[in-house]
Write a protein that binds this ligand. Structure first.
Ligand code: PGA
Length: 243
């Protein structure tokens, strides 16, 4: 793992954006694996700025998001479809038909999960996967478990994840209890992975992911087995690594 420690959130965001940009400049039809949550917001802002400066062209890029709440309407302002449009897609020249997010529909769940993995494979796999990390060590919505789940699947969200995400909803009761997530195999098949974390609340998860045992109880720990992972941390998120 290549671990980069920067001073603050802004530096983390700029560094992550520059890695994504170099991937797209070198391969204009890059397949990006994208994440939601607070952590990558600054990275998306930097990428939008770079696009507006004319430094990067997304017209041939494809994107696959890690996850989506189950049963949520795409137009709901809490859906990850909405998040991606508002924070990234509508500001750049990516083609809407080239952006993929796991289906939030309740019907045909198994089919939709299989289709998601098939379509990633059909496009040659993910070139670069962006990840945040949950305080419980989750990546995507792969929650701590007794086993790693490989493929795209339905997840029962853990209570700590529901509580952490309640900040985006008017009450904790409104947070969906289930989500569709790309599985660990789908993530590990990405050619390159960039894991971002900012703030003290992520320090323990980062320590366990980077220095702890490889265990499904800390899903991010599997990344120790990937040949090309860059971890970009601000000082707070990295604070336990020197101990
Ligand atoms: P956050 O979420 O970026 O909102 O902290 C990360 C995650 O839960 O994976």
């Amino acid at each position: 793992m290549n671990i980069i420690i920067v001073d603050n959130y802004e530096e983390m965001s700029k560094k992550a954006a520059s890695i994504i940009m170099s991937c797209v400049v070198l391969k204009p039809n890059s397949v990006l694996g994208l994440a939601t949550g607070s952590t990558p917001l600054g990275m998306y802002k930097e990428l939008v700025k770079a696009y507006k400066r004319g430094d990067v062209d997304f017209s041939n890029v494809l994107s696959f998001n890690l996850d989506e709440y189950y049963g949520i309407n795409k137009d709901n302002s809490q859906s990850y479809n909405y998040y991606m449009n508002e924070n990234f897609f509508k500001h750049i020249n990516i083609k809407k038909e080239n952006t993929f997010i796991p289906s939030s529909k309740i019907e045909d769940l198994d089919q939709a999960c299989k289709y998601y993995d098939q379509i990633i494979n059909k496009h040659g796999g993910i070139d670069i996967q962006v990840l945040g990390i949950g305080q419980n060590g989750h990546i995507g919505f792969n929650e701590p478990d007794s086993k790693f789940v490989g493929e795209t699947h339905l997840v029962n969200l853990k209570e700590d994840t529901i509580n952490a995400n309640a900040r985006f909803f008017s009450s904790v009761d409104e947070v969906p209890k289930k989500a569709i997530s790309m599985g660990i195999k789908s993530i590990m098949k990405a050619k390159k992975i960039v894991l971002l974390a900012s703030g003290e609340s992520k320090a323990h998860a980062i320590y366990s992911a980077v220095k702890g045992d490889i265990t499904p109880e800390v899903p991010a720990s599997i990344l120790q087995l990937h040949p090309d992972v860059t971890v970009i941390l601000d000082r707070e998120a990295a604070m336990m690594l020197s101990k």
